[in-house]
Design a protein around this ligand. Structure first.
Ligand code: SAH
Length: 325
């Protein structure tokens, strides 16, 4: 039994059962706090870990928005859930090349990952929560952050809970599921409020669907394989698909503008990742096949290209970012 499972069982014994939302929050807090989950030896790989080209495109798009907004000198680079710091490091190269000299602010709860981020980035400011960010124009990116925030599930209008049954963890009910994520909407609303007040642009990149729809999208991943969601609590990554319709509504309600949702592959193509891959391949002929494989992985419809989507939220005073219809 995992240490977290022991603690959860005590809590469930005391409370009778806990909501799936409380379960997911406890599991992910423990999971991220105690490890670096990324990479071949970890549990999963993300786009910035596939290739530097991903962060370069994000940085180029943020640089373009910042330039067209008149290069406000108080703008800051912000990342939510920056993992190993790879995306920040690659994006900042493109931003610095465009003349951006602003501060770097990272929202990260995991001590293990903060240590990795300190190695990747020489100077940055860390925060526990979004409301701790300074009130400045934001150049923000969050990759695979929203999917890790807790969700609620409802069966027939009744919230799904986790209890102990037959010696293991089990759901209190099964049936057709509807998901919501107040935590996700609160995170997006907090960023959108800041964008509306101070200016800026934010990219949220994740797997998910363009329209709200019923269905169970909760998944657990361990060692690059799917696993039952109630197994090994705190030892596997729990995520759900992002409902981008709900994200867009939360952003608009908070007073920000929202660009039309675009698939990751199409967005990267429009930003010129193909040209960047050619340039990198010519400069490193020995790595041309590897670079092409990374390009395919990021953009091909049957790989990350279609499942992953990008939503841009921006201040109405700033132009719509590049790459959106
Ligand atoms: N963006 C990175 C890492 C994705 S994994 C990449 O693409 O490689 C999810 C990240 O979100 C981790 O850094 C994790 O520690 C962080 N995270 C998860 N829940 C969080 C929360 N509630 N607050 C802040 N960070 C969180």
């Amino acid at each position: 039994m995992t240490p977290l499972e022991r603690a959860l069982r005590e809590r469930i014994a005391a409370e009778g059962s806990i909501t799936l939302e409380a379960y997911m929050e406890a599991c992910n807090a423990y999971y991220y706090a105690t490890r670096d989950p990324l990479g071949a030896k970890g549990d999963f790989i993300t786009a910035p870990e596939v290739s530097q080209m991903f962060g370069e495109m994000v940085g180029a798009a943020l640089a373009d928005s910042w330039t067209r907004a008149g290069k406000p000198s108080d703008a800051i680079y912000v990342e939510l859930g920056p993992g190993r710091g790879t995306l920040a490091s690659d994006a900042l190269k493109a931003l610095r090349a465009a003349g951006f000299e602003g501060e770097v602010h990272l929202v990260e709860t995991s001590p293990a990952l903060r240590t990795r981020q300190e190695k990747a980035l020489s100077v940055a400011h860390w925060h526990e929560e979004i409301p701790d960010l300074p009130a400045k124009p934001l150049l923000l990116v969050a990759n695979e952050f929203l999917d890790a925030l807790p969700i609620r599930q409802f069966v027939g209008g009744v919230e799904r809970r986790v209890l102990v049954a037959a010696g293991g963890l089990a759901f209190d009910r099964d049936g057709d599921i509807v998901e919501t994520s107040p935590a996700r909407e609160a995170a997006v609303a907090a960023i959108a409020t800041c964008l509306a007040a101070k200016g800026g642009a934010a990219f949220f990149i994740d797997y998910g669907h363009a329209k709200s729809a019923p269905g169970d999208t909760l998944q657990a991943v361990r060692g690059h394989r799917f696993a039952p969601v109630l197994d090994n609590p705190g030892e596997q990554d729990l995520t759900s698909h992002v409902d981008f319709e709900a994200v867009a509504a939360a952003a608009r309600d908070a007073g920000a503008a929202v660009a039309p949702l675009v698939a990751q592959g199409e967005w990267l193509d429009r930003l010129g990742i193909g040209v960047r891959a050619d340039t990198l391949g010519k400069a490193n002929p020995g790595k041309a096949a590897e670079i092409q494989a990374a390009l395919d992985r990021l953009t091909a419809p049957d790989q990350m290209g279609d499942l992953f989507k990008v939503i841009a939220i921006h201040s109405a005073d700033w132009p719509q970012p590049a790459g959106f219809a």
